[in-house]
Design a binder for this molecule. Structure first.
Ligand code: NIG
Ligand code: FE
Length: 430
């Protein structure tokens, strides 16, 4: 393998150059920084030059033999996609619950009867580290084949330390062994275990006194997330849990206002969360507070689609100045998908976002939601050589021609890992 990759002559090279200091809001979300006939030189894993093909040829002409050449003519080149909210590491699947929901049961009813998150918790407890690793590795390959080069992964299917730790350790090993970069979140506050049903505050104490300190001290997570929802954790409990995380150096994230309005968005702003996710039922006051504090709204229209609920009001959030990001929420209950491009299509058709805004939401704003905006999310000199090439002449077509995987080539850290829509490299089988 050569030490450089030279991507040449894209019909559109979406750079998203410019503001990396703060997530993009309002009109900034539509500024894609497109270069027509664009080229990109990556060396030692880092982007070294970006410009028109003519400009780059003038600069690197004498060095062409040093680089692997990728012909992007007629294609769309974007920053590698970033998925800022997944429950990647889990065992089992819940198609039986899908069937029940199609016949009228609700997500919360199923959970309250011991299914839902509890069902996946049982399966994840029973699975060995190796089994979880294999299953998650396969999932990661699918993410990569759909253009994702970095994703966030949460624990939360243990609800006790040993299994939470197992999930986080699997995520750590996946980060080391799979090309996709994984950013970890501790989410022991994903549900109240059955044995704590009548004394949830005792579980909160267990989280803040034992599990959160361990997750932080063992260096297994950067973020701390909580499912703040009627019947799960109250805003008061969520605040205690997130403040404890902050004390131990874990940045707060919240599953907020997903099923019922519960002032989750307000809480996110109050405690300075890096993101508030879901927000289907967020109030206008909450949205304004998020905008003021720069809390990224991570929207998950796949979850609304799969739960047959009305999507979050992305249009309103963007107009109010909330920086919006998009994510799959990949999990076995409310969003069993790995396709971020499909989620981007839902962003357009179900949430009133434009094709330009959804690209920003799945790249630079997603990078902000996981504190990685200095390294990824745009194609600029000095950033990681993470690039996705789609078989589309322009960015609008990526959303217009929907339900199709347009991913042609993926480059991760300057290495071609997907070629002609197939995994390229020995990592495809762990
Ligand atoms: O983001 N809402 C809580 N957590 C997940 C669902 C997890 C599950 O159902 O297994 C979510 O929707
Ligand atoms: Fe989630």
């Amino acid at each position: 393998m050569k030490k450089a990759v030279f991507i040449r002559n894209a019909s559109q090279l979406v750079t998203l150059r410019g503001t990396s200091n703060a997530p993009r809001v309002k009109g900034e979300m539509s500024e894609l920084g497109i270069i027509e006939n664009g080229s990109l030189w990556i060396e030692d894993g880092i982007i070294q030059a970006v410009g028109t093909d003519q400009e780059l040829m003038a600069r690197v002409n004498g060095r062409l033999t040093e680089a692997d050449m990728v012909d992007a003519s007629g294609k769309l080149v974007t920053p590698g996609l970033v998925d800022p909210h997944t429950h990647l590491v889990f065992a089992g699947s819940r198609e039986n619950e899908f069937n029940m929901r199609l016949q009228g049961s609700t997500y919360m009813e199923i959970m309250n009867k011991g299914g839902g998150i509890h069902a996946t918790t049982r399966a994840t407890k029973a699975a060995s580290h190796e089994e979880l690793f294999q299953q998650s590795y396969t999932r990661l390959n699918q993410f990569l084949l759909h253009g994702v080069t970095t994703l966030e992964a949460k624990s939360g299917y243990g609800l006790e330390w040993e299994t939470e730790r197992k999930q986080l350790e699997v995520a750590k090993q996946l980060n080391e062994q799979h090309p996709i970069d994984i950013v970890s979140t501790f989410m022991g506050a994903h549900a109240i275990p059955k044995e704590y049903k009548d004394r949830p505050d005792d579980f909160v104490q267990l989280l803040i006194k034992q599990m959160i300190p361990k997750a932080a001290e063992w260096g297994l997570a950067e973020f701390n997330d909580v499912f703040c929802e009627k019947g799960v954790f109250t805003p008061e409990q969520a605040k205690i849990i997130l403040e404890a995380g902050k004390y131990f150096g874990l940045m707060p994230k919240i599953h907020a206002d997903e099923i019922e309005p519960y002032k989750g968005a307000e809480l996110a702003a109050e405690i300075g969360a890096i993101s508030a996710d879901h927000l289907l039922k967020a109030s206008e006051i909450g949205m304004k507070a998020m905008a003021e504090k720069g809390v990224v709204g991570v929207l998950l229209p796949g979850t609304a689609y799969f739960l047959m609920a009305e999507s979050a009001n992305a249009r309103k959030m963007i107009d109010l100045g909330v920086p919006v990001a998009l994510s799959t929420d990949c999990n076995p209950g409310s969003s069993p998908t790995i396709s971020l491009p499909f989620i981007m299509n839902l962003g357009c058709l179900k949430m009133g976002m434009t094709p330009a805004e959804v690209i920003t939401a799945a790249t630079i704003n997603a990078a902000h939601a996981i504190n990685r905006s200095k390294d990824i999310g745009s194609l600029e000199v000095g950033k990681k050589g993470d690039v996705t090439i789609f078989n589309c002449e322009n960015y609008m077509k990526l959303q217009y021609s929907y339900g199709v995987n347009h991913t042609d080539t993926v480059i991760k850290n300057g290495r071609v890992v997907v070629k002609d829509g197939h995994l390229a490299g020995p990592f495809s089988r762990p």
